[in-house]
Design a protein around this ligand. Structure first.
Ligand code: BES
Ligand code: ZN
Length: 615
């Protein structure tokens, strides 16, 4: 499949008879440096997983059965593992002698399985380690209900290998089935066809018919209930959260319809969301058919649902057309942010989407300042050689990527870009895409020799160059202009409680707070008295407010801040807050104390980031 596409691209390049730009070398079979598997030369047809979940020992164990074909008679099937114990391996039912290479720091241990041309079924009996990065095991006390334990996985980017022996690169896709045994009374869910009711046996069967890469394999187990929103969408969560979550996400069905109207049919059957306990390290994860989401989006006013639009949009950008390697991550995330804002625009209007664009632009600016405007890490195309793909997880892929598409929209016109994107998703469905391939496709199908357009966009400056190019589009700010007026009045001495804030959404409040960065203790006190920021239930606002509180040493916010840090595990919130605390001796003491107290509530991934920061 991959090669057919490649041949097409080469033919096209030859037909155009233009001197090949340097980056075209990349369209040759790209090596994914973050997998040790050779599953690009052995056909991976399907996975049948049969596992048990043992909460007491924090262990998953069972058998991964890979259906393969080996027409090239490759002598070894190589798979990714990290921290797995491999008990035994058989090929076509006969036990074989496998070997496990020494562990590499980021990539783990390659599992080598002798095969020949007749190999069809490779079965691997294995166990996970209690430290598996993908797995978060929650004690009952860390859940909302406090009575049952909970487990969930987070496989992106390269952590599927910590719970399944697999070809763990985004370029290898396979359909899967799974049988999962969990303690009776608990419910199990996967990124697959799911039941809506628990059963008493604790045995659950799953099937994902569409081929997906390993990073989209996901499992959750706990005291989970389901509530339908409409015939194709619904919410899963702990019973205590169910009604609130269903209310917050009531527009999900409309969102799916809106997205499909924009960029083509939704190809995954159902779309459900699982709202996890608060320790979830992310905002959301686009596990196919079943987005995993942080409970911090349940704000009580539907103000943070653009996060669902984002994860839903991945059903096209990412899950349908997948970045070939983690260096092409912007093809997943940048497209998704663009798509997310188009969904929000269609549902909430242009002025609303423009606020999201502006907040995103501010994030982009902040990230470029942090990384340095000449840093190679601010290129869209990343260089992750000898690095963990997590190093590429910055707002560059998201916001620079999205603004790049917005720039193309501005130059080509919306109608043209939309047609282009619909065809792009359709013609590359269930395939992978790398940066050079995309640029070629863009050239052949949208730019089509329009040199004026090409020089207005300056593709290379965006993709293979640093910082924010001078032609970066900015959204007009009807709603934020009013906020800026109030900020100005406040700075000039108008009392906080007399500011005109009626009807502000959390986006306006966030913009307001960002504009007041640097406020001193007295101003903080006045703002708090007028608007009650310390007690806000909106996680985005709370996070921004607490960062400002630490900077101003505004002590009345500290108890609420500590409570926030004890519950919320979302890395995006934790990192800036701990970083701000680490800036002063007093803050540092507080950071160390709070972190050591609540560390065990955070996911291994969040701990990894914070261990580097808090010391
Ligand atoms: N796919 C990402 C999450 C991710 C990326 C996990 C890379 C691990 C490695 C997901 O779609 C995402 O972007 N989540 C964001 C929310 C979004 C609204 C920007 C998050 O979790 O903050
Ligand atoms: Zn995303």
């Amino acid at each position: 499949m991959k090669y057919a596409m490649l041949a097409g691209a080469l033919l096209l390049a030859a037909a155009c008879q233009q001197p090949a730009p340097k980056q075209e070398a990349e369209t040759l079979p790209v090596k994914d440096q973050h997998t040790l598997s050779n599953a690009d030369s052995i056909d991976i047809r399907k996975l049948d997983l049969n596992i048990g979940v043992d909460f007491e020992h924090k262990q998953i164990s069972g058998v991964a059965a890979w259906h393969v074909a080996n027409p090239q008679n490759i002598p070894l099937l190589k798979l990714d593992t990290y921290g797995l114990t491999i008990d035994s391996v058989s090929v076509n039912g006969r036990k074989v002698q496998h070997s496990l290479d020494a562990a590499l720091p980021v990539l783990g241990s390659r599992l080598n399985i002798p095969v020949d041309q007749s190999a069809e079924l490779v079965q691997i009996w294995y166990k996970t380690s209690p430290e598996a990065t993908a797995l978060q095991w929650l004690e009952p006390s860390q859940t909302m209900g406090k009575k049952q334990p909970f487990l969930y996985t987070q496989s992106e980017s390269i952590y599927a290998r910590t719970w399944i022996p697999c070809p763990d690169g985004p370029g290898i896709r396979f359909p899967y089935t799974a049988t999962v045994k969990v303690p009776a009374g608990l419910m199990a869910l996967m990124s697959a066809e799911n039941v809506q009711q628990r059963n008493d046996s604790g045995i659950y069967h799953f099937s994902m018919e569409q081929p997906v890469p390993a990073y989209l394999m996901a499992l959750a187990v706990g005291d989970i209930s389901f509530k339908a929103i409409d015939s194709i969408t619904g919410v899963y969560t702990e019973p205590a959260m169910l009604e609130k979550a269903a209310w917050e996400l009531a527009d999900m069905g409309k969102m799916v319809t809106t997205a499909a109207q924009l960029y083509g049919p939704y190809r995954w059957g159902r779309y459900d969301v699982l709202v996890l306990p608060p320790g979830f390290p992310l905002g959301g994860m686009e596990n196919p058919r079943l987005t995993f989401a942080t409970p911090t989006i349940i704000a009580g006013d539907r103000s943070l649902v653009s996060l669902i639009a984002h994860e839903l949009a991945h059903s096209w950008s990412g899950n349908l057309v997948t970045n070939a390697t983690w260096e092409d991550f912007w093809l997943n995330e940048g497209f998704t942010v663009y798509f997310e804002r188009r969904i929000m625009e269609a549902m909430q209007g242009e002025n609303y989407a423009d606020m999201l664009w502006e907040l995103g632009y501010q994030d982009l600016q902040g990230t470029v300042d942090e990384l340095g405007k000449d840093s190679k890490d601010t290129w869209l195309k990343l260089d992750l050689h000898d690095r963990n793909p997590d190093d590429g997880l910055t707002d560059i892929a998201y916001e620079k990527g999205a603004h790049f598409l917005r720039l193309i929209e501005k130059n080509a016109g919306r109608a043209k870009l939309d047609t282009f994107l619909r065809t792009y998703f359709d013609s590359h469905a269930f395939k992978t895409m790398n940066t050079a391939q995309f640029l070629q496709y863009l050239d052949a199908n949208l730019i089509k020799g329009d040199t004026a357009m090409a020089s207005a966009i300056r593709i290379k400056d965006w993709v293979y160059g640093p910082g924010i190019p001078g032609n970066c589009p900015r959204a007009p700010q009807k709603r934020f202009a009013k906020v800026s007026d109030e900020v100005k009045r406040f700075k000039e001495g108008t009392a906080a409680k007399t500011l005109q804030t009626t009807g502000w959404s959390s986006h306006e409040w966030l913009y307001f707070l960002r504009a007041l960065t640097g406020a001193d203790k007295e101003k903080m006190k006045e703002l708090d008295a007028a608007f009650g920021f310390t007690e806000t239930g909106n996680s985005e606002m709370a996070d921004q407010w607490f960062v400002m509180a630490v900077a101003a040493d505004y002590e009345p916010a500290y108890p609420a801040m500590e409570k926030f840090l004890s519950e919320v595990g979302r890395r995006k919130f934790l990192t800036p807050l701990y970083a701000e605390m680490m800036k002063t001796p007093k803050g540092k003491e507080m950071a160390v104390r709070i972190y050591s107290k609540y560390k065990q509530n955070y996911h291994p991934l969040a701990q990894e980031s914070l261990n580097k920061l808090v010391k």
